[in-house]
Design a protein around this ligand. Structure first.
Ligand SMILES: *Cc1c(COP(=O)(O)O)cnc(C)c1O
Length: 475
């Protein structure tokens, strides 16, 4: 090769040397899970400070320290005091599959660029379909994130249910989907992208426990229909993001069947409970759905982003992006399942099936049971701990590993309490020993934890509450 720089870029020796060093660095990093050499979970910096650091690094930084600095300046999900967002600590073996995916770069959209991953996707999604309780016509694929998967499901729903072919002819009539007011914002985004407008997103209020008030479904449906909206889908959350509370999937399923609506379950977070002997009951009724979304990077120990979207009738997914709804005419078509790009929104995607496959092959599916069960158990446990504290209260009794709680004091007004709870959370962020998040529910400011790390224990949660009590005294 004439170009020395390009030769260096692809040097196997450099790769080997850098790779060995990086694996050493990452092994030390992962060692955090065992509560060893615990530094901060998050070394908080203001955005502008981070920006100037990296600008300067590009000019003057030492390349040998790049990976180290990235580790130091990122949020540490393997740290047992990371109890914040719904993205979990990746199982180390999936770091290796990420590496294979990166080097092979087989984009998977067509069979020739996915001879390994297209069959793996089929095997994985068939397992998920079986767990859900779908029949033999079911199938699915993997795609880049819950947000995109939910949009894709809504597009399939529109193709299958709406009387006119919007894909071909554009909008000729107002359309609507029904969803809980507590659903993840990406459902609203999907509706807006699809041109449904404000009126097309029919938000069903929640009950006091933050699950969709299913007693209102009929009246909201009738009202929308009378206003000339063709309602074609209803979405159940399993669970909704803020509170971790699941909708009544069974009752929503019955309602959807009655009105011939597409029933989609957004189980991005809680779908993994299908594997939990103890908690699969939280998903009762999910088999009545037409489609389900499950994130691998949330409750299944995989690196971001990889999401399964499965359908009870695979023909509906074959035609989401095609001009003709052929499946309506034919009983069976030879769907070329091995060209997954026909059914996914994206064209190129990474070889995400490797993460699912390697976990199943190496540890067996019981690993998902152990993970989900342990984290949901600890969520419940933390709920009990909060109940035992006179100066704290829960937003709702936790049913998953998401817990919202706040500091209370009878002598203080709501506005003061909101400020204190927001201040506590800000102090914790800037301190960095723990990382938790926050949310607002019915005007009240809550601290919010998602217990994602299987090495987080009751001990760490006790330490969190102790820390908060100390912080309260300083604000
Ligand atoms: C996290 C989440 C999403 C979004 O998924 P991404 O993979 O982050 O795009 C959608 N719905 C629910 C219920 C979620 O918890």
């Amino acid at each position: 090769m004439q170009n020395k720089l390009l030769e260096k870029v692809y040097s196997p020796e450099d790769f080997k040397k850098n790779g060995h060093e990086l694996i050493d660095l990452l092994s030390n990093h992962i060692n955090q899970v065992f509560d060893k050499n615990l530094g901060k979970v998050i070394d908080w910096k203001e955005p502008d400070e981070s920006l100037s650091y990296w600008k300067d690094f590009l000019e003057n930084g030492k390349s040998e320290t790049l990976f180290e600095e990235v580790l130091k300046r990122s949020t540490h999900l393997h740290h047992p005091k990371y109890i914040a967002h719904q993205v979990g600590p990746a199982a180390p073996i999936t770091v290796l599959t990420s590496m294979i995916s990166a080097i092979l770069n087989n984009g998977t959209a067509v069979y020739e660029m996915g001879m390994v991953t297209n069959p793996m996707e089929r095997i994985i999604t068939e397992l998920l379909c079986e767990k859900i309780g779908y029949g033999s016509k079911s199938s699915g694929f993997l795609t880049s994130g819950g947000t995109l998967a939910n949009l894709t499901a809504m597009l399939s729903a529109r193709k299958a249910k709406v009387s006119k072919d919007v894909w071909k002819d554009g909008h000729t009539k107002p359309l609507g989907i029904m969803v809980s007011e507590e659903a993840h914002y990406c459902i609203e985004r999907a509706a807006k992208i699809m041109g449904l407008g404000e009126q097309g997103l029919i938000k069903i209020p929640v009950k006091s426990n933050f699950s969709m008030d299913v007693s209102l479904l009929e009246s909201y449906y009738q009202e929308a229909t009378q206003n000339g909206i063709e309602v074609f889908a209803i979405v159940g959350s399993a669970p909704s993001t803020a509170t971790g509370v699941l909708d009544d999937l069974d009752t929503i399923g019955t309602f959807a069947q009655k009105h011939k609506l597409w029933y989609h379950v957004d189980a991005a977070h809680g779908g993994a409970a299908l594997f939990s002997t103890k908690y699969k009951g939280t998903l009762k009724g999910i088999a009545k759905s037409d489609s389900v979304v499950i994130d691998g990077h949330k409750m299944m120990m995989m690196p971001g982003i990889t999401t399964a979207l499965v359908y009870s009738d695979s023909r509906t997914s074959d035609v989401t992006f095609s001009q003709k709804a052929d499946y309506l005419l034919e009983d069976s078509i030879d769907s070329d399942w091995y060209n997954s790009g026909k059914r996914t929104f994206e064209c190129t995607k990474n070889m995400m099936a490797l993460h699912w496959f390697v976990l199943l092959k190496t540890y067996g599916e019981s690993i998902f049971d152990e993970y989900v069960t342990q984290l949901y158990d600890l969520g419940n446990q933390f709920g009990k701990m909060i109940n035992d504290e006179p100066n704290f209260e829960l937003a709702v009794s936790p049913v998953t590993n998401i817990v919202c709680f706040r500091y209370i004091d009878d002598n203080l007004e709501l506005a003061q309490l909101n400020k204190i709870n927001a201040d506590i959370r800000q102090e914790l962020l800037e301190d960095g020993e723990f990382y938790i998040v926050q949310t607002k529910l019915r005007g009240k400011h809550y601290m919010r934890v998602t217990i994602m790390n299987p090495f987080t224990s009751e001990k760490h949660l006790v330490q969190l509450l102790d820390k908060i009590k100390i912080v309260i005294k300083t604000i």
